[in-house]
Ligand binder design. Structure first.
Ligand SMILES: [Zn+2]
Ligand SMILES: [Zn+2]
Length: 362
């Protein structure tokens, strides 16, 4: 007997994961490893493994048994088929529409009735654009965002199954769950096969007998959801993707949330990648005699020494006082440019002093 892997490990979740996290993770893996989508030879085995792990962990009683006694606790009590049947409603929620849903998975795993015919509904929710403005200070530290997003959300009553809770979709009898009706017509020497969308189920392969009254059988509805994400330090203006947080679908893949970031120009700093540029005014006298000044940085202030005889446009570098950048390591620097102010107006006294000064030059 080969050793069975730990169910949590199989799904890549932790023991404390919530039912919601479990479901999300299973859906993700199932879409990846379903034999209809994945051609590798071990996909069916892998799909069975993750589905079994999900079936056990999604059932509170079985999960408890498993947590206490491991595989022995569950396997001793339930057959593999019992386990899958027990999670029937959940699988239907996850695989929702499409030819046959749960029955097809069950068949593909246990090999009843020849399988086949199962196809994922590849519906994908649309992306949502969210625009936000951040300051240079936000660029320095990054920013946690929590927004109320108006979007299509999966119906929380039927969890996207579109059916009234406690009921299931029925395989369409008209097309046998295929979603299509094939007709063969013999035209003399040749026969033509035409495939038309099944009118009874509109190509869905299944029929909702009792629609969920909350979403009117749509599996989704307009709503608002709190979405949290982090704007990383060092961002530039541009589009960033928060996967899976766009419009939700009843079954399939959610759209993405596209966060369009505008970095606001700063009133006195300029930014170029990781570096910050700042102009510091210094009087002609201070430039000539030298001085100590305090300059602002993104994080506070910094004292710098202006040497005597400093020339206009002298650059003083403040190491590590820039910002980080998402595409590189470490922080940039701040460059302080010394702008020497020549007085535009002089008092009579000042003029006399400068005249005196002039006479001292040889
Ligand atoms: Zn619903
Ligand atoms: Zn049909």
């Amino acid at each position: 007997m080969s050793a069975k892997r730990d169910y949590y490990e199989v799904l890549g979740i932790s023991k404390s994961s919530s039912v919601d996290e479990l479901k999300k993770q299973y859906r993700k893996l199932a879409l990846k490893f379903h034999p209809d989508r994945n051609n590798s030879s071990d996909a069916p085995e892998h799909f069975k493994e993750i589905s079994e792990a999900y079936a056990v962990l999604s059932d509170p009683e079985k999960r408890q048994l498993y947590d206490q006694h491991g595989h022995a606790g569950v396997d001793g009590r339930y057959s593999s088929e019992d386990i899958f049947q027990g999670a029937r409603g959940d699988f239907s929620d996850i695989f929702g529409r499409g030819g046959g849903g749960f029955d097809s998975i069950f068949e593909s795993i246990f090999g009843r009735g020849g399988g086949g015919g199962f196809s994922f509904n590849q519906e994908r929710g649309s992306d949502i654009l969210y625009q936000t403005t951040v300051t240079l200070e936000d660029v320095l530290h990054g920013k946690k965002m929590e927004i109320d997003l108006q979007k299509q959300i999966q119906c929380d009553v039927c969890h996207g199954s579109c059916c009234k809770p406690g009921t299931n979709k029925k395989t369409c009898a008209t097309c046998n769950g295929q979603g299509q009706i094939r007709q063969t017509r013999n035209m003399g020497f040749a026969s033509f096969v035409t495939a038309a969308t099944c009118p009874a189920c509109r190509g869905q392969g299944s029929i909702i007998e009792t629609p969920c009254s909350d979403c009117k059988g749509q599996g989704k509805k307009k709503g608002s959801k709190k979405v949290t994400f982090e704007i990383p330090p060092g961002v530039d203006s541009g589009d960033y993707t928060v996967p899976n947080e766009g419009n939700e679908v009843s079954s399939g893949t959610n759209g993405d949330l596209i966060v369009r970031i505008h970095v606001q120009p700063h009133s006195h700093f300029n930014r170029d990648g990781k570096d910050i540029f700042y102009d510091q005014d210094v009087t002609m006298i201070d430039a000539a005699l030298g001085c100590e000044i305090t300059v602002p940085t993104l994080e506070g202030t910094e004292k710098i020494k202006v040497d005597s005889g400093s020339q206009p446009n002298t650059i003083i570098k403040l190491k590590g006082k820039g910002v980080s950048h998402i595409n590189s390591r470490g922080k940039g620097d701040q460059y302080v440019r010394i702008v020497v102010n020549i007085p535009k107006k002089l008092s009579k006294h000042q003029k006399n002093l400068l005249d005196e000064f002039q006479k001292t030059r040889d």
